[in-house]
Design a protein around this ligand. Sequence first.
Ligand code: AOF
Ligand code: ZN
Length: 343
Amino acid sequence: MALALAEAARGLGRTAPNPPVGCLIVRGREVVGCGFHPKAGEPHAEVFALREAGVRARGATAYVTLEPCSHHGRTPPCAEALIAAGVARVVVAALDPNPRVSGQGVRRLRDAGIDVALGVLEDLATRQQAGFRSLITRGRPWVVAKYAMTLDGKVAAAGEGNGSVSSEAARARVMGWRNELDAIAVGSGTVLADDPALTVRGVDGGRNPRPVVFDRTGRLPPGARALRPETVLVTAPTTHAAACEDSGMTVVRADDLPGALGALGSLNLSSLLLEGGPTLLSAFFAAGLVDEVRVFLAPKLLGAGLSPLTTPLRAMSDARALEDVTVEPLGPDVLVTGYLSPI
Ligand code: AOF
Ligand code: ZN
């Protein structure tokens, strides 16, 4: 199943609104077929794995990171394909939350006499599918907040001429995340201060996430690197954004952040990497819309500077505690990750 998850990961950032899924067909100790779902509209993972296995699928075990589908969508049901191929056993990591499937794929397999095991590496699978699950159950993207701060908790110096807080190793890791998430968001403050390109560099076979720029003020310079035809501009109902509309950008007008996220969900964006500064981050955090946090701690002390969150002070007992925390040394920095929402 770990190999099937690694296979599934090849589709990360490319499958929305579908999930990333991986499948292995195994006979004894030999992998006779493997596949992943590359893109919505294209065949599912099971189909590629069964194609490769051919007649060797008969009597074999299939490992699938998501319950095989039972419905006729853009593609025919995978449960039927597994049955037709004569697979003897199917091991599934997680059930499919899609109401058109949810348990019926497993039932169909069992009805056909196939031995089905559920819940193998389920936590890893549901995390890998967080975007898909968020989109299908909440109608909005899974939101990952990323920032880098000094050991005294500052994301930028108070004065002009801000350099990077974190190391090259941390930036390389962020490039990997950009490649795997559907969209990347910044606020107008970050566009004005840094003019970020929001692209993927240095990742083999990498592709750029959809840039999303939040600007309620209509103050963005037209030449900014983040403002491209594929960019989504999120603005207020009455803000003047004619220049952006004319240049082909998708303009979303929303009253509030939940409304904005719903609109991004409608654009099939299943995951959003928040790379903005304190203003955007604090707004998402205060609205309870951050699902996952990835923070780099750089072993530096800055003194005066900006905090990542400007949400007013509350009692320590009000602090939001992260779940499933991981800590990883990365070059000179330390990466801390954790979850604020269940998946
Ligand atoms: C699987 N294997 O590799 C994937 C599944 O429109 P379709 O036909 O592509 O169906 C999309 C739905 O199928 C999607 O919402 C999810 O429930 C399931 N995705 N299922 O058996 C796969 N990608
Ligand atoms: Zn399927």
